[in-house]
Design a protein. Structure first.
Length: 277
């Protein structure tokens, strides 16, 4: 399937990014990637037409913020070529290497994860994925039950299994992300539960560790269910938001008896680890 990529730059960023993402979802965009200065939206080319572009143009003409955008068609047939030319291996503190299938693994790391990224989010190149992997390094996951919300490529769930986790569940709201996760799980010889949907798909059980690399509003909306599904003493790793959102996320977590125990910061993005009291 061919896609159109809509690159949006917004100032001030908050709260307009979330507002426009909601609007673009109504236009038919089925995936989003937040950036430091806005977001990228992806819409199937079959759903993109002159009316769609006109609606985007009207949305950009707002008095309360500066909104600039560009549109580029991305043919599916070129995805592998794009990734092979631009996707460099990721090394997380000589502990975990994240590679594409066309890379030769020359790294002497404890763990390695092979990712065929396609349209899904989560390769280690984005600061939030990198920090989530780095935060996982501090955890002992052997025989632990793990939930990965907004799993994207499945990189975090796959790493959890390589760290010998027990029951592991990966959930994403995008069908193509779930399909990509299934493919990547197979490439890494790992087996875990992969589900299509949102918070309603979370199993009715308790987890030792919950991983959620999503945007701020979804994290806030789902915080209570994370707390409900987390064992006492369990770890909640959150990312997908900027440093300006730290107090908002922390206050929301504290209200659910989740205590901040670790913080990572990379290029103005945050990764916070909470422990359930």
């Amino acid at each position: 399937m061919d896609y159109h990529k809509i690159t949006c730059n917004i100032q001030p960023r908050d709260p307009w990014v979330d507002i426009f993402i909601n609007q673009f979802g109504d236009l038919g965009c089925d995936s989003f990637e937040e950036t430091k200065i806005g977001f990228n939206a992806y819409i199937p080319s079959s759903a993109f037409n002159s009316k769609t572009e006109e609606k985007i143009k009207r949305a950009s003409q707002i008095d309360h913020c500066s909104f600039e955008y560009s549109i580029k068609k991305i043919p599916t047939k070129n995805w592998n070529e794009v990734w092979e030319s631009s996707f460099e291996p990721i090394l997380v503190e000589n502990w975990c290497a994240i590679l594409a299938p066309f890379h030769q693994n020359t790294f002497n790391t404890k763990h390695s994860v092979v990712i065929e990224p396609k349209m899904s989010f989560g390769t280690g190149h984005h600061e939030t994925t990198f920090m989530m992997v780095l935060a996982m390094k501090e955890l002992v996951l052997k025989d632990k039950d793990v939930l990965d919300m907004g799993s994207g490529t499945g990189v975090l769930a796959i790493l959890a299994k390589k760290m010998e986790s027990n029951y592991t569940e990966a959930i994403d709201i995008e069908k193509w992300a779930v399909e990509n996760c299934v493919e990547n799980a197979y490439k890494n010889n790992t087996e875990f539960i992969i589900k299509l949907g949102g918070k309603e798909q979370i199993s009715d059980q308790l987890f030792d560790v919950i991983l959620a690399n999503i945007n701020r509003n979804i994290l806030i909306d789902q915080m209570s269910i994370y707390a409900t599904r987390l064992k006492t003493g369990g770890k909640l790793l959150l990312s997908g938001f900027l440093t300006d959102d730290e107090n908002t996320i922390t206050d929301c977590a504290n209200a659910q008896s989740l205590e901040l125990t670790k913080k990572l910061n990379k290029e103005n993005w945050l990764c916070l680890t909470f422990t359930k009291k």
